[in-house]
Design a protein around this ligand. Sequence first.
Ligand code: AMP
Length: 256
Amino acid sequence: MRVITSLSEWKRIREQLSGEIGFVPTMGCLHAGHKALVEKSVNENAATVVSIYVNPTQFNNPDDLVSYPKTEKEDCALLELLGVDYVLMPSSEEMYPEANTIAYHADHPMATCLEGTHRPGHFDGMLTVVMKWLCLVRPSVIYMGDKDYQQHVLVQSMIRAYHIPTRLGVLPTQREESGLPLSSRLKRLSALELEKARFFAMRFHALKSRDDFVGFKKVLEEKGINLEYLEMKDHHLFVAVYIESVRLIDHRVWKV
Ligand code: AMP
């Protein structure tokens, strides 16, 4: 496995590569959710490229960016075990040679609701960096998690809108037994906060009908969990909460 921090070096390597290339973009602090994406890519492609890059333009909250957990050494050890060929870890100077003056913007219905409403600029930053990665890696397949539902819907739309010759592979959300989706941000929770996060997940996945919503909101409040939204859209029920300063999202199929 080669860890590459220079994009000019990567561009030289990419010129020599042929065959199916699988690509998994990540922000690092890898867990079993990322692992499932990487394993799928390694199984399905001649070469797998993983990026570890905390993209500043998709963070609407500067504190969240500063406190985003970093475990680069452990991440690279895991990726090597999984059979990854290339890990790309560029600087922001190289990723944004024109600063953020040339950026993608989505007016898509999935960009302007839920996360789009509560995290202004998040999807523009995400699409901008994904487009950079698609140009740099030119993968046959890009693998993403269903955990970030709006993200993969928007990436699929961007691929379609720009006629990009890359397929999107979406994998199911990997969860703890409690139902809590694995997330790098869980690393920032204390034991007590993690217990609250699990409580939230169990209650969220126990919801049966709209009649349960009032009770759900009430128990969260009693536990000191701050509900940002609980909304039905696209045959799914979406939720975002704050456990102290850590923001967690989830969604599930919801038939009404
Ligand atoms: P991140 O490092 O959080 O930017 O995530 C990188 C990729 O991993 C994205 O496509 C996420 O949707 C995916 N991912 C993150 N958490 C999970 C999870 N619990 N299950 C499946 N995929 C995930």
